[in-house]
Write a new protein. Sequence first.
Lengths: 103, 396
Amino acid sequence: MKGRVLDGAALVLADGDSVATALGDLDAGREVRDGDRTVTLADDVPFGHKFALEPLSAGETVRKYGEVIGRATEAVAAGEWVHTHNCESTRGRGDVAATEAER
Amino acid sequence: MRREFTGYRRESGRIGVRNHVAVLPTSVASSCVARGVAAEAGAWARATPHQMGASQPDAAREQTERVLVGVGRNPNVGAALVVEFGTEDIDVDDIADRIARGGTPVETLSVREVGGTAAAFQRGRTALDSLNEAAADARRESADASELVVGVECGGSDATSGIAANPAVGDACDRLVAADGTASFSETPEFIGAEHVLAERCADEETRRRLLDRVERREATADLMGVDLRGAQPSPGNQEGGLTTIEEKSLGAISKGGTTPVRGIVDYAERLPVGGGLVLMDTPGYDVESVVGKVAGGAQVIVFTTGRGSTTGNPVAPVVKVTGNPRTWERMRANMDVNAGAVVEGDATIAEAGERVFDEVLAVADGKRTGAETRRMEEFAITEVHPRELAEVRGA
């Protein structure tokens, strides 16, 4: 597999990524070791979903595959589930363009 | 690594991996007759019913024509019957002539002219039987992987797509390109957020500019319609599978094309070069229309990755399903062809899974039937050109 596997439970696709992908259904409270640091899951993270490896502030870019996949819409703590409720795309936002056009 | 397979040599010089008789309706109005005639004739007759072709604006009609001609000229087609209702703007003889130019035996049928459906079924059946006789003259002969044009597609993506199935198929594409074949992937909306990675890999400046222009146009379509792409990209199913944003989906999606330089980008249903390396096609993200675009471009085989599970096929090209999700492999075994789930479970490397995909493509080219073929999954749809896109093309 491409990337770095953490405790057989999660995958970090590139160095510097701020999120890891769950390789199984992971329960809240589970500890996942990544080198020197240990991340404790704050939420249940289903198979294929992501959690933060480090704290993110609102508006900060979220990185996976060594690239930007979006930005945090609120502060996210390490170990929190990262998905559409706290991370959004910055692309293809015709809704934003339309709102701006109305102003 | 195996490189040879046997296929049907066509007058055009190209090699087909199947020997179907295509039944191509020029519009929605002749689609039912085309489907019915083909079904009565037998499994060798493959209809391509669709919704287009009736009173379309020029640019959209030309695109429909390009698809019909392209599918008729696909080397998997040994002969073709073009069916019109009789009121279409599309000229049935023009379509037939353009297909025949590639050396394919062609006949036409006009439902209204022959006196309605009963006569059309009768005449259609006679025409198909004689076309099948002509097609049956073809014999399988030895061919090389360099003669393959393989279209790559994804549908029902989840997080395993970007981790396992897409990189494995990408590895198979690298093997095909190393063997001097052509690999093509498309779905331009799924380049959004990853276009800078693809742009860096373009072989020349012209390709780079065209690629960025096409991505910008797709993104602008969302702006034109005043919609938020997030409602559809990633789809609700993608989101359930763990994909949060279009950028994330795109970065996973582009890995299915492998790592070789991008040699070019062609329009929807435009001819793909033979021996062309990695070439992109500008298509929508809707998988059925996207597959049809590449088959019309001359792809003999489609490799289709799916995380959540897809059963889709195509009337003239075999579709090889690859899943990286071990649960989908278990649940939908009969609809899947290659298991890349071992990569997620740590039991196989991407290169091992890639070799399996490549071997399967060669086996399927040689005649092995895919899950979608066995179950006659033969979806067909042609992309509409959106009115606002037309307005933009006209500079309105």
